[in-house]
Design a protein around this ligand. Structure first.
Ligand code: BG6
Ligand code: MG
Length: 217
């Protein structure tokens, strides 16, 4: 049986990290402070409300619960607006080829994303039909580093955790994958993603045969 694949979305399939971060910066600006560049890495893979808490903490700002919902909605409106201005170029290099290759060799694959915008984003890009399942932030109680999102994806794929490869660009997501018993391919910088089983710079460098050989060790 060929191991199945579970892809995080933001930063793995689509290049949205800058759009998320710029929307948080805009919110910080709206609240009267500057969000430092180094916060970008910390916000990757973190759910919308948890990200808001980090941003508010960074600015030393305290707000009521109802206001938190308003601020998160405002950020999301700006994020969606910024995404509406881009098209297929947001899909990261090699992604479509790799997904088609997996499909052609009979590998099943799904999405496991913290984003509540994952299903809609992939639909807009015409990629949603390729996946057996898209599990996103709307479908889980516990966010990464809890492995729930990947476990739900494995369940939908009808594969055991140990027979799935998770592709993840965030430290929190890699922690989630390892806590769930998955083999994890880190996407990005080797030094930042030490907890992954292997690290590649992007999906365009992914070689399924090589990854499986490493996994089977
Ligand atoms: C993750 C991103 O995939 O989704 C985070 O890495 C983002 O930056 C999180 O905050 C939640 O996204 P959304 O679309 O539900 O606000
Ligand atoms: Mg990500």
């Amino acid at each position: 049986m060929k191991p199945a694949c579970i892809f995080d979305m933001d930063g793995v399939l689509v290049d949205t990290a800058d759009y998320h971060f710029e929307s948080w910066r805009k919110l910080a600006d709206h609240l009267g402070f500057v969000l430092a560049d180094d916060m970008k890495e910390h916000l990757k893979g973190i759910s919308r409300m948890a990200s808001l808490a980090i941003v508010l903490d960074n600015g030393g700002i305290q707000v009521e619960e109802t206001e938190k919902e308003n601020l998160a909605s405002l950020k999301n409106e700006w994020y969606i607006e910024s995404l509406n201005e881009v098209g297929d170029e947001v899909v990261l290099p090699g992604v479509v080829n790799f997904l088609h290759h997996l499909r052609d060799i009979g590998v099943k694959f799904a999405v496991g994303s913290a984003s509540r915008n994952a299903a809609i984003t992939l639909k807009c890009l015409g990629l949603d039909d390729l996946f057996v399942s898209i599990v996103d932030g709307n479908d889980v109680l516990h966010t990464k580093p809890n492995p729930e999102v990947f476990r739900n994806a494995a369940r939908d794929l009808q594969y055991k955790e140990a027979d799935c490869i998770v592709f993840e660009d965030s430290q929190k997501g890699i922690k989630a994958a390892k806590a769930g018993g998955f083999f994890c391919v880190g996407i990005g910088d080797r030094n930042a993603l030490k907890a992954a089983d292997i690290v590649i710079p992007g999906i365009n460098a992914a070689n399924y045969g090589h990854i499986v050989a490493t996994m089977k060790g």
